[in-house]
Design a protein around this ligand. Structure first.
Ligand code: RIB
Ligand code: CA
Length: 319
């Protein structure tokens, strides 16, 4: 189980929210030092509101308290922002009652916070689950932090699966391919959960019934998300028997790394093509010159994945 300090960089989105609920749960044991927010599933303003709302609900129901939330980049490095309200809803969090949380947004920009924390902590793990704009900007502005980052654990990309925003690209990489290229080229260990594995981490109707049966405030919040139009979108699009909870794979890995199978690769990102922008060219066979410093997830123990999710949610007290 991960004991190093964590910075969770996200664009909530329901799967980001579920990943946060697991990471901030009462007995997770994870050392979450900050939540940083990037524009992606919806606008930065709505993503930061959603991140504060989830963090506040987790704290209110017995989870980690006082985790600071920082807003970061509101546009990608090069392309205009592309969002995914068709998946996540107009507020980016279909299935949750939206309100303006009292948990404050920090004044410090997320990129400054990432740089500060990386410099001040011995070894930090960055956990981005949205476009990589904040991470890339921090690495570019302060290259020295690469030596302080122990690992970047990210959701993004695809190799054996087709894309989910274009035939070639997964959403997080598509939105900001220039940022992704910076991150994949950085001299830092990366652990990557692409669609190859997240399309195997499916939450099925039977799972939702088990979560609902917990009959707690937090299980009701999760159940409502998993029964909202969000939960149907990928099922209908890809014909899967369940909803892929993409971002929760990062937290499941932090909690129980042996739930996943990896292959050491290097990854190049298409940044310019109109047709294949955001494609992750995953070098399985060492055919390129880059160091294979990327651990690419190729399989998941689906039972362990769901057990981790329900254990995390069940650890919140009943009310
Ligand atoms: O392609 C899935 C990814 O894009 C997830 O992180 C989801 O939240 C969206 O950001
Ligand atoms: Ca996300």
């Amino acid at each position: 189980m991960e004991t190093r300090p964590l910075i969770l960089d996200c664009d909530p989105g329901q799967d980001d929210a579920i990943s946060l609920m697991m990471a901030l749960s009462p007995h997770s044991g994870l050392d979450v030092r900050a939540i940083t927010v990037v524009a992606g599933n919806t606008s930065l303003n709505k993503c930061q509101r959603n991140a504060r709302l989830i963090a506040e609900l987790c704290a209110k129901h017995g989870g980690a308290k006082d985790v600071p939330v920082f807003a970061g980049c509101e546009t990608p490095l090069h392309y205009p922002l592309a969002t995914a309200e068709e998946v996540h809803g107009v507020e980016g969090l279909d299935g949750i009652e939206i309100y303006d949380p009292s948990l404050p947004l920090q004044d410090e920009h997320a990129v400054d916070a990432i740089i500060r924390l990386c410099r001040n902590l011995d070894s930090v793990v960055l956990v981005p689950t949205g476009p990589l704009t904040n991470i890339a900007t921090a690495l570019t502005r302060a290259p020295d932090i690469a030596d302080k980052i122990a690992e970047i654990v990210l959701m993004g990309g695809a190799r054996s699966e087709a894309g989910n925003i274009t035939p070639s690209a997964e959403f997080n990489i598509y939105v900001d391919p220039q940022a992704a290229a910076i991150v994949f080229d950085a001299p830092v260990k990366k652990t990557v959960f692409g669609l190859d594995v997240t399309h195997k981490a499916l939450i099925r109707d039977t799972h939702v019934a088990q979560i609902e049966a917990l009959d707690t405030s937090m299980s009701a919040i999760l159940t409502n998300m998993l029964r909202s139009p969000y939960a149907e979108y990928d099922r209908a699009k890809f014909g899967t028997a369940g909803t892929p909870i993409h971002d929760a794979c990062t937290t499941a890995y932090l909690l129980r790394p042996d739930s996943f199978t990896f292959r050491n690769v290097c990854v190049n990102v298409e940044t310019d093509s109109r047709i294949t922008r955001g494609h992750t060219s995953v070098d399985y066979w060492q055919m390129t010159e880059k160091t294979p410093d990327t651990h690419w997830a190729i399989d998941v123990d689906e039972t362990a994945f769901f057990d981790l999710m329900i254990e995390s949610i069940a650890s919140y007290p009943k009310f």
